[in-house]
Design a binder for this molecule. Structure first.
Ligand code: GDP
Length: 361
C-alpha cells in the first residue's frame, strides 16, 4: 500500500505526533495478529458515512480506509552528503509515496530549536535543500551519459530535455513538486526512472501553539509558504492527549480549543487525498467497509481491490449512491425507486458509491 513518510528537524514534535498516530492504529484494532513495524502507523480515515451504512445493514463491524505513515527518523542536515545514516534517511524517503514535513511553530522556550530560533520558513528550506541536493546528485550521475546517448539515438532527446529542465529548476532552489512536476502526472513520465525525491507530493504539518489553531491570519501566512502543498495545523501535545480520551471527552477538549475534529483526522484525510486515493463503500451484515482505489479507477479495477478474481470475472457493478441509499433506507427501496444503477466495465468509480459486484468465478 502507499505510504507517507514523516520528516522534520529534530525537536519539532515528530515523535509526539507519531505516537499519537499509532494510538489510533486501526491495524492493531482490526487485525490483532498483523505484524506492525514499529515505525509504521496505519491510521483510519474517518468517514461518518460508514456508521450510517452499518446502521442500515446492521453490520457487525466497520472497516475504514487507512493511510500508512512511516516515521523517517534520522539526520536531516547534511543527509545529501552523508554516507551511512544520510543514505538511509534518503532511501527511506525514496520508498515513500508522499512526504509529510512536520514544522515547529510552537514557541516553548524549554524546547530547544536546533537552529536557535523558531522559523517555519527556514526549516522548510533546510529540508528542501537536502532533497534538492540529493536530486541534483542523481541528475549529475545520469545526465552526461544521457547526453552522449542522445547524439546517437534521437529518441533520447526528449528525456535529456526533461532532465535538463528539472536540473534548472533544482539549481534555482525549487522542488520539482512546487513547479508542478509530480509523480504520476504526465510531465514526470520521462523522469520517472530517476526516482527523484522532490517529485513526490508534499504536505506540511505545522505544530502550533493552541491559540494559533484559530489564528486565521497566521495560518494564511503559513499556507502561502507551502502552496501548492496542503498545510495542516495541529498541536502535537493536544493530539497526544486526545488519543487517550474517549469520544465524548475528546470532543469536549476539541471544542475548548475551537476545533471540530482532531488534527490527526484532518491529516489522514489530506494524506489520503495527497496520495491520489479515493474510496468506494460496501455494506452487509458482516461488515461495512471503505475500499481504497486510485482516483479515476474503473469498476473492474475497484472490484480487483477486493479480490483479483472479482476483476477477472467482472460482469457488472450494482451502484447506489450513499445519499440515495440513506434517503430510501434500504437496497430494496433504492431498487424500487430506480436508484440502483447497473454499471459496466468502463464505469469510473465516484466518491460515495455503495457497490455490489456481479462476477463469474
Ligand atoms: P522530534 O524530535 O521531532 O521527534 O520531537 P519530539 O516529539 O520528541 O518533541 C520534542 C520536544 O518538544 C518534547 O519535549 C515534546 O514534549 C515537545 N513538544 C512536542 N510538541 C509540542 C507542542 O505542540 N508544544 C510544546 N510546547 N511542546 C511540544
Amino acid at each position: 500500500s502507499l505510504t507517507i513518510g514523516i520528516v522534520g528537524l529534530p525537536n519539532v514534535g515528530k515523535s509526539t505526533m507519531f505516537n499519537a498516530l499509532t494510538k489510533n492504529d486501526v491495524l492493531a484494532a482490526n487485525y490483532p495478529f498483523a505484524t506492525i513495524e514499529p515505525n509504521v502507523g496505519v491510521v483510519g480515515v474517518p468517514d461518518p458515512r460508514l456508521a450510517k451504512l452499518a446502521e442500515i445493514f446492521d453490520s457487525q463491524k466497520i472497516l475504514p480506509a487507512t493511510v500508512d505513515f512511516v516515521d523517517i527518523a534520522g539526520i536531516v542536515r547534511g543527509a545529501s552528503e552523508g554516507e551511512g545514516l544520510g543514505n538511509k534517511f534518503l532511501a527511506n524517503i525514496r520508498e515513500s509515496d508522499a512526504i509529510c514535513q512536520v514544522i515547529r511553530a510552537f514557541k516553548d522556550e524549554n524546547v530547544v530549536h536546533v537552529d536557535g530560533k523558531v522559523s517555519p520558513k527556514d526549516d522548510i528550506e533546510t529540508i528542501n535543500t537536502e532533497l534538492i541536493l540529493a536530486d541534483l546528485q542523481t541528475i549529475e550521475k545520469v545526465l552526461p551519459r544521457l547526453q552522449k546517448e542522445s547524439r546517437i539515438k534521437k529518441d533520447v532527446a526528449p528525456k535529456v530535455k526533461a532532465v535538463e529542465e528539472a536540473k534548472a529548476i533544482l539549481e534555482k532552489g525549487d522542488t520539482l513538486f512546487s513547479q508542478g512536476i509530480v509523480q504520476g502526472s504526465g510531465n514526470e513520465e520521462l523522469l520517472h526512472d530517476l526516482h527523484l525525491l522532490t517529485t513526490k507530493p508534499f504536505l506540511y504539518v505545522f505544530n502550533v501553539d493552541e491559540d494559533e489553531l484559530t489564528d486565521e491570519d497566521f495560518k494564511a501566512e503559513q499556507r502561502a509558504l507551502v502552496a501548492p502543498a496542503e498545510a495542516i495545523f495541529l498541536n502535537a501535545k493536544l493530539e497526544a492527549d486526545l488519543a487517550e480520551l474517549d469520544e465524548e471527552e475528546a470532543l469536549e477538549l476539541l471544542q475548548s480549543v475551537g476545533q471540530e475534529e482532531p488534527g490527526l483526522a484532518t491529516l489522514a484525510h489530506v494524506g489520503f487525498n495527497t496520495l491520489g486515493l479515493q474510496t468506494y463503500l460496501t455494506a452487509g451484515p458482516k461488515e461495512t467497509r471503505a475500499w481504497t482505489i486510485k482516483k479515476g479507477a474503473t469498476a473492474p479495477e475497484a472490484a480487483g481491490v477486493i479480490h483479483t478474481d472479482f476483476q477477472k470475472g467482472f460482469i457488472k457493478a450494482e451502484v447506489i449512491s450513499f445519499e440515495d441509499l440513506v434517503e430510501t433506507g434500504s437496497v430494496a427501496e433504492a431498487r424500487a425507486a430506480g436508484k440502483a444503477r447497473m454499471e459496466g466495465k468502463d464505469y469510473v468509480m465516484q466518491d460515495g458509491d455503495v457497490v455490489e459486484f456481479r462476477f463469474n468465478v
